[in-house]
Design a protein around this ligand. Structure first.
Ligand code: ADP
Ligand code: ZN
Ligand code: MG
Length: 483
């Protein structure tokens, strides 16, 4: 509800690049960040007479996406041509699915329990990239032309900017866990258009405005909040301030939307059936194979982490929002100590480090740190052999690619705590000399007083005495000296 009078109605169109090795209709590599126009062939550059051949791997990933959102997969669907002219589209048309998308229905559950229904998901090819920021020139890079995409269209079930943000986060997590895409908005693997209108509850929906080019979830939220306020301002002013059906662009620097095109020049794409491709037939055996291979999705993980492992909702969320993190956690858990200690170390050292490109890049080829090492450090911290800060220090080094093994790091960084009973006793006895005053306080129940003695032991041991052992030892020695 934007104010007392109006409610927002929001629907999203989400494009997601499929993480295949090659493009949708040719053998060119599906890559990002390579020199421009180095992954181009007659098919994806639109040479006359070149024929598309469907990439089965793209169909498999598309099916996986449909299964993740519990959509209904059509056994037979069609490809269509969407015709328009733009410099990043050399063929003059995009191959997509119009009347008969491969998937219909399905949805994504929000935390509130409400489900955002999906209207459809279709399979299509991406266009190339037009680069406008080189002075007067517009440059074209066709590496992206023909990269496989799915487009998921929601029903207009969303009501607030926050809900749109939550939906996108949930969808992105599902697609990443399902292995459909890396969903990296910075690389453009995930892109979103937003449709929004206002109405008085109980009355028909209002005229919608479409917001395009939203390349971060924050922009989705900001632009929606802005657009809802803009529309309610117009509605309140009344006659003469109608909302026009138009497409607007979000200008993040100015924090405002502005018109890109209005309904009058709405596109007519002249869709027609793609004559160069047969119908898309998805055999039941393929669907069943993908269903069997579908990994556990974030919602199920979250439930298992809280219910079976006893983790807090906060920890469960953190561990199940990134496949790299979840897989590391689960692999380490097989050999490690308590899930809670493991979750703490991952939250403090691994999750923040994954924001660093170098750490993230290493994680793409496996775990950011060997699960056995992570498990070992967790156990050492739990047993008191290393201090919690020491554990964090080892992980900080390992995650950033330190070549040394855990033992060497512990030794060379002086992180191993002294747990040897005789050595600890010696330090404790020294600390107690002449401190009968403290001992009396402790006996009188002021357990905090023991801190002064601990400080002395830490000083004598250069910080390497295991603190919990020292505390217990001091307590025992004081109790025993009572007689
Ligand atoms: P168009 O034909 O303009 O592309 P669609 O009916 O295909 O519109 O819907 C595109 C998206 O806009 C969908 O996500 C849909 O839920 C959403 N949508 C449709 N009507 C409205 C509306 N009045 N307000 C907000 N969103 C809407
Ligand atoms: Zn090609
Ligand atoms: Mg549409």
């Amino acid at each position: 509800m934007t104010n007392a009078d109006y409610a927002a109605v929001i629907g999203l169109e989400v494009h997601c690049q499929l993480g295949t090795r090659t493009k949708l209709f040719c053998g060119c590599r599906n890559t990002f960040g390579e020199p421009p126009n180095t992954h181009v062939c007659p098919v994806c550059s639109g040479q006359p007479g070149a024929l598309p051949v469907l990439n089965e791997a793209a169909v498999r990933l598309a099916v996986r996406a449909a299964l993740a959102v519990e959509g209904t997969i059509r056994a037979t669907s069609d490809f269509d041509r969407k015709n328009y002219f733009y410099c990043d589209l050399p063929k003059g048309y995009q191959i997509t699915q119009f009347d008969a998308p491969y998937c219909q229905g399905g949805g994504v559950r929000l935390a509130s329990g409400r489900t955002v229904r999906l209207r459809r998901i279709h399979l299509e090819e991406d266009a190339g990239k037009a680069i406008h920021d080189r002075g007067d020139a517009t440059l074209v890079d066709l590496n992206r032309a023909g990269v496989p995409l799915i487009e998921a269209v929601t029903e207009a079930d969303l009501q607030t900017a926050d809900e749109a943000h939550e939906f996108l986060t949930a969808l992105k997590e599902m697609l990443r866990f399902a292995g459909v895409s890396d969903c990296d908005m910075e690389k453009g693997s995930l892109r979103c258009d937003v449709n929004v209108s206002l109405h008085r509850p109980g009355e028909p929906w209002g005229t919608k405005v479409e917001l395009k080019n939203l390349n971060s979830f924050r922009f989705v939220r900001d632009s929606l909040e802005h657009e809802i306020a803009r529309q309610s301002g117009l509605l309140e002013r009344g006659a003469g301030h109608e909302i026009r059906q138009e497409t607007r662009l979000w200008d993040a620097d100015r924090a405002e939307t502005r018109v890109m095109r209005s309904k009058e020049d709405a596109d007519d794409y002249r869709y027609f059936p793609e004559p160069d491709l047969p119908a898309l037939v998805i055999p039941a055996t393929l669907i069943e194979a993908e269903r069997a291979a579908l990994p556990e999705l974030p919602a199920a993980k979250r439930a298992r982490y809280t219910e079976t492992l006893g983790l807090s909702a906060y920890d469960a969320d953190l561990l199940s929002s990134d496949p790299v993190v979840a897989h590391l956690f689960e692999a380490a858990l097989e050999t490690a100590a308590s899930p809670k200690s493991l979750a703490n170390l991952i939250a403090n050292e691994v999750v923040p480090a994954l924001a660093e490109p170098a750490v993230r890049a290493r994680a793409e080829h496996g775990h950011p740190v060997a699960p056995a090492d992570l498990a070992r450090v967790t156990r050492e911290v739990e047993s008191g052999a290393i201090h919690a800060n020491g554990g964090r220090r080892v992980l900080e080094l390992l995650v950033r690619g330190d070549e040394r093994d855990v033992d060497r790091i512990l030794q060379e960084e002086h992180l191993l705590l002294v747990t040897d009973e005789a050595a600890l006793e010696r330090w404790c006895r020294q600390a107690l000399v002449g401190r009968e005053d403290v001992a009396r306080e402790v006996r009188a129940g002021k357990t905090k007083a023991i801190g002064a003695l601990m400080g002395a032991v830490m000083k004598a041991s250069h910080g390497q005495a295991a603190p919990e052992r020292v505390r217990a030892l001091l307590q025992r020695m004081i109790d025993e000296s009572e007689a």
